[in-house]
Design a protein around this ligand. Structure first.
Ligand code: C5P
Length: 313
């Protein structure tokens, strides 16, 4: 047995580096309610974390700096507007420590893709800096800080498959026997602005309302059956008509996925990434190859879900 002194539970600053891996998210169900007075829409969503990862490394420093490589390098601003810098500052303020760290991002999740890459990086920053600075905050405390930064941050701290309500920040896990689902992610050229997609939905709804999805019960019941065909039939996204209105070419992507033999396909979150459900890993490879051949997207990659949330590796 190890001899723990009474003070050994106290979190201590870490000498670093601390490396954190964080997944992308898709929404298996995204029900969008009315616009609230605070500018957000009321949501009921089923979040699902998939195996497309960003990696954030935090080292000790005597100021706060951010560098990056990979997806979006040279495009993503690395200044005070960056969600990583904002997350580090918010956590430092909450923990009453100076916001000193050298942060480096290795990015695979596309920018403005509807995969919550920005929220993922904020979640990774909270986990990494909490450890680097020895704050020892609980996931709930980190989620509280994170909810102020982006609607999807609490889910990306959590991971797995979970129900999201409020504006997405209120997360409760879905207790189900673990099943691995196989996905193909069709990454688009260029992003879509999330607020613009929500505004387009409001505009469409004011003109001639598309039928809203309703609650997530059918989706959750479908998941419990562990049959990809049943799950495929239950996938749905209220933002899809708005994303398609802003980016009509996405219809070609969805069509190409169907032609390539996917069980089902839909726009991920606010888009423009489209995701397709496959029966197994081999089927996912074939669907990805079909999408690549159709030339309708920048890249088609396979992924598995669910995955754990942001965690030290
Ligand atoms: O929370 P997040 O930063 O991801 O939200 C970006 C924008 O997307 C919000 O400012 C808002 O315009 C829109 N949004 C919304 N309803 C939500 C989530 C986001 O209208 N539930």
């Amino acid at each position: 047995t190890e001899a723990w002194g009474p003070d050994d539970d106290e979190p201590r600053p870490h000498h670093g580096p601390v490396k954190v891996r964080v997944p992308a998210k898709i929404n298996l169900h995204l029900g969008v309610g009315p616009l609230r007075p605070d500018g957000y829409h009321e949501l009921n969503t089923v979040y699902h974390a998939i195996s497309l990862f960003d990696e954030l490394t935090a080292r000790r420093g005597d100021t706060l700096t951010l560098t990056m490589e990979g997806e979006g390098a040279g495009e993503l601003e690395l200044d005070e507007s960056n969600l990583i810098i904002r997350a580090a500052r918010a956590l430092a303020a909450r923990g009453r420590v100076p916001a000193y760290a050298r942060l480096h991002l290795r990015k695979s999740i596309p920018l403005a893709g509807g995969l919550a890459g920005g929220s993922a990086d904020a979640a990774a920053t909270l986990i990494a800096c909490d450890m680097l600075w020895g704050l020892g905050m609980s996931r709930d405390e980190l989620a509280e800080v994170g909810a102020e930064l982006g609607s999807d941050v609490p889910f990306l701290l959590h991971g797995g498959t979970a129900l999201g309500t409020g504006h997405g920040e209120a997360v409760s896990p879905i207790l189900a026997r673990p099943t691995t689902w196989h996905w193909v992610v069709a990454i688009a050229d260029g992003g879509l602005s999330t607020p613009a997609v929500y505004r387009e939905l409001d505009r469409l709804r004011a003109a001639s309302p598309p039928e809203p999805l309703g609650g997530p019960d059918e989706l959750m019941a479908a998941m419990r059956q562990r049959d990809p065909k049943v799950l495929g039939a239950a996938l749905g996204n209220d933002l899809q008509p708005a994303a398609l209105a802003l980016r009509p070419q996405l219809a070609d992507v969805l069509h190409a996925g169907q032609e390539a033999g996917a069980i089902a396909g839909l726009v991920s979150g606010s888009g423009p990434t489209c995701v397709f459900l496959a029966a197994d890993a081999n089927h996912a490879q074939r669907v990805a190859a079909g999408l690549t051949e159709a030339g309708v997207c920048r890249a088609a990659v396979t992924a598995r879900g669910p995955q754990p949330g942001a965690r030290v590796i």
